[in-house]
Design a protein. Sequence first.
Length: 77
Amino acid sequence: MELSLLQRILIVAHCGAQGHRGIEPMMSTLTEFAGVPPIFESLPFMQAHERGNIFPRPWGSTYDAKERNELLHFDYL
């Protein structure tokens, strides 16, 4: 499958008409409708986790917004 097509499918499955979705509904949609094998289940940051556990994200510092709409979030795949 072409990389750009796979990226578009992943974006639609992750944040489609249903809103921002977790890994389990995203993977079930991908395997059911797009025929994409569950390729992300072996990656530690994509696995389901227990409530309260925190996975460290080393890509930048945390910013605490003081006012509404002060922070813009990008969700990259």
